[in-house]
Each structure stands twice: as structure tokens, then as C-alpha cells.
Design a binder for this molecule. Sequence first.
Ligand SMILES: NC(=O)c1ccc[n+]([C@@H]2O[C@H](COP(=O)([O-])OP(=O)(O)OC[C@H]3O[C@@H](n4cnc5c(N)ncnc54)[C@H](O)[C@@H]3O)[C@@H](O)[C@H]2O)c1
Length: 273
Amino acid sequence: MNNSWLGLEGKTAIVTGGASGIGKAVVQEFLDNGVNVVVGDMSSNVPNFEIGENSGKVLYIKTDVTDFNSVSEMVAKAKESFGGIDILVNNAGINIPRLLVDDNDPKGKYELDEYIFDKIVNVNQKGAFFCAQAVARELVKKGSGVIINMSSESGLEGSEGQSIYAATKNAVNSFTRSWAKELGKKGIRVVGIAPGILEATGLRTIEYETALAYTRGITVENLREGYSKTSTTPLGRSGKLTEVADLVCYVASDRASYIHGVTYNIAGGKTRG
Ligand SMILES: NC(=O)c1ccc[n+]([C@@H]2O[C@H](COP(=O)([O-])OP(=O)(O)OC[C@H]3O[C@@H](n4cnc5c(N)ncnc54)[C@H](O)[C@@H]3O)[C@@H](O)[C@H]2O)c1
């Protein structure tokens, strides 16, 4: 019986990149709301999720979103295990800061090259396409469902030192708008979510911070100070992963039944959204 405000109990969600960071928080929030969750992640570190009396069930399927066959297998197993799919959260993503031109280093250590370009596009853009297509084939058959694309406020605004990352996120925003036009008439909603600076996740490695600070001509300490400055984020703090997970759950629920084809900024006022 659905008796919560969101009414998500008994639904089935696939969350890509659900082994860490935002994805992990989304998985936990779904489980707490009685959703059965398939975690599709390439990591071998299977996280522990808290399972209560009314929680949904969780199934971990090692998946590489850049591999068509791996994605097809994940979707087939999700269907077989839970009898259908209602929600996809296209969350798996990577970020490797690079400059268009690194004229400070003779070897161009932090200059964007074809390898990094392809790597980021493959996960953030092609991976989102593979997953959306495989899941949408199922959603179209039953005439309902929700696809949520994890974007970034950098995709709305651009970002110094993160041009290819921001470009893939802008591409994801464009997927959201176009897929909404294709799938809305088939009863499927598509919504994007664009977080700003959040508490640390797996993305924020020392290599990431060192590279990003270099591209901006600042120190890692300066970069870290910016995480909680009101000049960067008017609310003066990083966002919580649970705040993003709450938005995902709301958007996935029928409470958001008229929200479609847009990307929500969740960035403490960092950008105009
Ligand atoms: N952390 C932030 O501040 C922030 C801000 C805006 C947007 N985002 C976006 O949120 C999403 C999640 O990021 P996060 O910060 O939680 O990062 P994270 O590194 O903690 O989690 C990303 C997960 O994706 C998985 N993954 C990477 N490549 C994969 C692949 N090819 N196939 C399957 N899984 C793969 C990783 O194993 C990892 O578990 C990303 O799309 C990211 O761009 C993050």
C-alpha cells in the first residue's frame, strides 16, 4: 500500500554510478522510500546500504555504462529480478580537469588531449545514451516511467579548467530536452538535475583538486576555501548529498508529474539556474 507522501513504494529504479557519492546517497534514499534498486556501477567495491523493515531491495550489477552489452545485460537482469523498471537515474560520471591550452608547461601537462576528451565523453555522454535507450525501450512498452539525468551546474554555466566535462553536461541537458519531446507523448518524463559544489565524493581526489587548482592558477588550499565562500556559493556552504538525493526522489515520484524536459539547478545560488 502506498501511504507515504512520495508514494514510491514498490517501484524499481536503476541508478548508475550508485557505488559512491551522489549515486550512493540516491540509492539509500530510494531504499528508504521502499523502492527496489539496481545499482549499475563498474566499481568492485560494493557499498553497504542500510536496509530497514520497509526498505526496498537492492541488487548490485557490475556494469560499465560505456559498454553497450554490459548496459543491455544490466537492464535485462533488472527486469528479470524485479519484474520491470520504473525509474532510471543516469548518474555515472567522471571529471578530469584540463585546459584548452596549457602554455605554462612545455609538455602541456594539463592540456586537454584526445584521450581525455574521449574518456569523458564516453562515460558522461555515450553512457547516458546507452542507458537511456535500453531503459526507454522497456518504459515505452508500458507507457510510463521517469528518466533522470545527472548534469552539473557547470553544464549550464561553463567552467574554467573543465571545458570538456561541462560540454558533456550541456549535452546531457540537451538530451533531457530532446528526449522529453520524444518520450513525453509515450507517458515517460525526462528531467535533469544540475548540482553545484557538494560535500566531497569519489570525484574529489587530490589529483582532481591539483589539476583544477592548476588550471585556475590557484593553490589547492585556495580551491578548498572556495567550497564554502559566499562569493562562490551564496549559501556559504557545500551542498549535502542527501539534498540532491531528496530532489531525485521528488522528481522520480508522481508528485512531480508535470515536471518534464527541464534541468533543475541545485547549487546554493552559485548560478542563475
Ligand atoms: N560531486 C559533485 O560536486 C558533482 C557536482 C555536479 C555533478 N556531479 C555529477 O554527479 C554524478 C556522480 O558524481 P559523484 O560526485 O557522486 O562521483 P563519484 O566518483 O563519487 O561517483 C561516480 C560513480 O560512477 C562510477 N562510474 C564511473 N565510470 C563508470 C562507468 N563507465 N560505468 C559505470 N559506473 C561508472 C564510479 O565507479 C563511481 O562509483 C556525476 O555524473 C557527476 O558528474 C557531481
